[in-house]
Design a binder for this molecule. Structure first.
Ligand code: GLN
Length: 199
């Protein structure tokens, strides 16, 4: 059985735990401290408030433990706030450079709140390269605005005011997703993450 950890310090980790359990064939572990990471085959970093998740991961020593595992090839999917934490460059659409604690694992640049605030949240179908059509829920979502070196944008969303924005990126074992697979009932992004454990 594949063991998947879900970082459980803040945000909607319970929805990820539930969605993964519904997939079946997966043992799900809520990761609150570095020892919860032992034996995980893949990891999910959920949406929520990236500043808070980043600070709490640092306080608990989860940041350095996750960085070590990422560098040794552990498949990791960061969704929404989780995607922000994976990025090397982060700015806010309104306030600019955030200086927040990050994992800084992926060669991508992300803009927080790229579509505006809460009332700009929306659901749409997008096409993800290598995955297919995916139902995507965007909530105060970031956008992937640049990818370099080995990182590659694999999905875009077309927004009526923000325009065409990067919605997912991959770099070896790392996957940044700016939407919420745990809220759509669409399991394809989890299946994609699990396929990375078999590579
Ligand atoms: N706007 C949040 C942030 O910048 C992310 C929103 C989310 O995870 N739903 O951290």
């Amino acid at each position: 059985m594949v063991r998947v950890g879900v970082v459980a310090v803040q945000g909607d980790f319970l929805e990820h735990v539930q969605a993964l359990r519904e997939l079946g064939g997966v043992e799900v572990v809520a990761v609150k401290s570095p020892r919860d990471l032992s034996g995980v085959d893949a990891l999910v970093i959920p949406g929520g408030e990236s500043t808070t998740i980043g600070s709490l991961m640092r306080v608990k020593g989860l940041d350095s433990a996750i960085i070590d595992l990422a560098e040794s090839g552990l498949p990791i999917m960061g969704t929404c706030a989780g995607a922000i934490l994976l990025a090397k460059r982060v700015a806010d659409r309104v306030v600019g450079e955030t200086g927040q604690p990050l994992l800084s694992l992926m060669d991508i640049a992300v803009v927080r709140n790229a579509f505006g605030r809460q009332r700009e949240s929306f659901t749409t179908d997008i096409y993800v390269d290598g995955v297919g059509k995916v139902r995507a829920v965007f909530i105060r979502a970031p956008a992937i605005v640049d990818a370099w070196s080995e990182a590659r944008v694999i999905a875009y969303v077309d927004h009526y005011s923000a325009g065409k924005m990067g919605a997912a990126a991959v770099e070896r074992n790392l996957l940044a997703v700016t939407f919420h697979p745990e809220l759509s009932g669409d399991t394809k992004m989890y299946e994609y993450l699990l396929s990375m454990t078999r590579r």
